[in-house]
Design a protein around this ligand. Structure first.
Ligand code: ARG
Length: 461
């Protein structure tokens, strides 16, 4: 017969087309073991409320344990007739415990509070797993920073040469956002740590069941405060999806730079063979596919977030079947990040930087012009004037096709009475870097400190 959980008031079963549309086991089956843990906790509160005898509880827990083992081994799987993970597992329970005992478990709970709880359990686990994989990327960045303590590179704004920076400083600038992403999941977990179990369909349970006991049993900090909120809201799922999308966007920005750096024109990095691919026609090609896939998949994760928010927009309270659409986007995010992050970590760990080329490019494009202006300020010249004078130096050099340090003493004096030969002290990458010594700056001593701070922060995550 039909295993549907709602046959009583219906004269016949659902049309094939409805069953086909309605079925969710192909994606919610991954929650099967969470559902069984929820059922075990629920059985215990049914016993606590006097609705299962000790003997019935023992029989129920035994049947659930056997069902769990069969789920793990693959001996029990959903049938085409099972609408969702809950329906399939109730069938499995009844097959093992008999319909009299097995049929008692559903009292006082609804698939609405069940599914809301299971999604939180699943996402809390995976936020920790995926967060750990993000930290592997962070570690790879920190190790690369540590391996290149003094290497300068052209710092850019608008993708134009701006001021020299340390490569380590730049790599750390990718590590901090990724650490914040992991922190976001840690912080999110406080909101995700409340259990909707016991909310019932929407109004709570009349059977004297204890939501706090179920919550504690399932590793939550407590039950939700409001049964309608518990079954109808998905902001906690959407917030997970935002952090996942943000993480992917942060990986994408890093990847975009790797793609640029690996071009002939930049020539900043060589990708390890193990993390690059060839072309089927062009024998010379070595392509940054890991970085490109990271950039591409970021679009997919943003789409997952957007799709979920769009599903939620306009839903009245409380549960609506639309909410079944909450799971595939976040499952896709988890699956995508789980394969993407180890590849990105490996790519970053094996980047080989051409530090000589980066150093030689660091002072080009007049990237020391700010140093000239700031040197003038230290001589007492108002910045407005100093900016003009340094700009005039750049223009003179550009006209003559030379660099700032090629200007003679006479050239300098001709450009401004304030430009004495001592200005040359700051016309070096080393001098420029060392002068940016305020907290957070690119001076080698500050970057070394920053690396220590980053390691400390990563260790707390
Ligand atoms: N499968 C549904 C979901 O994922 C839960 C079942 C709720 N169905 C219902 N008719 N109330 O949201």
């Amino acid at each position: 017969g039909s295993a549907a959980l709602w046959g009583g008031r219906f004269a016949g079963g659902p049309a094939d087309a409805l069953a086909e549309l309605s079925r969710s086991t192909h994606f919610d089956w991954r929650l099967a073991r969470h559902d069984i843990r929820g059922s075990q906790a629920h059985a215990r509160v049914l016993h606590g409320a006097g609705l299962l005898t000790a003997e019935e509880l023992a029989g129920m827990l035994d049947a659930l344990a056997r069902l769990d083992a069969d789920v793990v081994s693959g001996a029990f799987t959903p049938d085409p007739g099972d609408e969702d993970v809950h329906t399939a597992l109730e069938r499995g329970l009844i097959e093992r415990a008999g319909s009299t005992l097995g049929g008692k478990l559903r009292a006082g709970r609804s698939r609405n509070d069940q599914i809301a709880t299971l999604v939180r359990m699943y996402l809390r686990e995976h936020a920790r797993v995926v967060g750990g994989l993000v930290l592997d990327v962070v570690d790879a960045l920190l190790d690369q920073a540590a391996a290149h303590p003094g290497a300068p590179m052209p710092g850019r704004t608008h993708l134009q040469h701006a001021q020299p920076v340390l490569l380590a400083h730049h790599l750390l600038a990718h590590a901090w956002p990724l650490m914040r992403d992991v922190e976001r999941w840690r912080d999110w977990d406080r909101r995700a740590a409340l259990s909707p179990y016991g909310s019932g369909a929407l109004a709570g349970s009349s059977l004297g069941l204890d939501p706090a006991a179920v919550a504690a049993d399932l590793g939550f900090d407590g039950p939700v405060e409001n049964s309608i909120d518990g079954t109808a809201s998905r902001d906690v799922v959407a917030e997970f999806a935002f952090v996942a999308a943000m993480t992917a966007v942060d990986l994408s920005r890093l990847s975009e730079e790797v793609i640029l750096w690996a071009t002939k024109e930049f020539g900043f990095v060589r990708l390890a063979d193990a993390y690059s691919t060839g072309s089927s026609i062009m024998p010379q090609k070595k392509n940054p596919d890991v970085a490109e896939l990271a950039r591409g998949k970021a679009g997919r994760l943003v789409g997952d977030l957007t799709g979920l928010l769009t599903t939620l927009k306009g839903l009245p309270l409380a549960y609506n079947r639309d909410l079944q659409e909450d799971k595939e986007p976040v499952f896709d995010q988890v699956d995508t990040l789980t394969v993407l992050l180890p590849a990105v970590a490996g790519m970053v760990a094996t980047l080989e930087f051409d530090t000589a080329r980066m150093a030689s490019l660091a002072p080009q494009g007049f990237s020391l012009a700010t140093d000239v202006a700031e040197w003038l300020v230290r001589q007492g010249v108002p910045f407005r004037v100093a900016h003009e004078v340094a700009g005039a130096c750049v223009r003179a050099c550009e006209d003559r096709g030379i660099e700032l340090w090629d200007l003679t003493d006479d050239d300098l004096a001709g450009l401004s009475e304030h430009l004495t030969p001592e200005v040359r002290d700051v016309l070096s990458v080393e001098g420029s870097l060392a002068s940016r010594s305020a907290t957070g700056g690119t001076a080698p001593v500050r970057v070394a400190e920053q690396l220590g701070l980053a390691r400390e922060r990563a260790a707390t995550l």
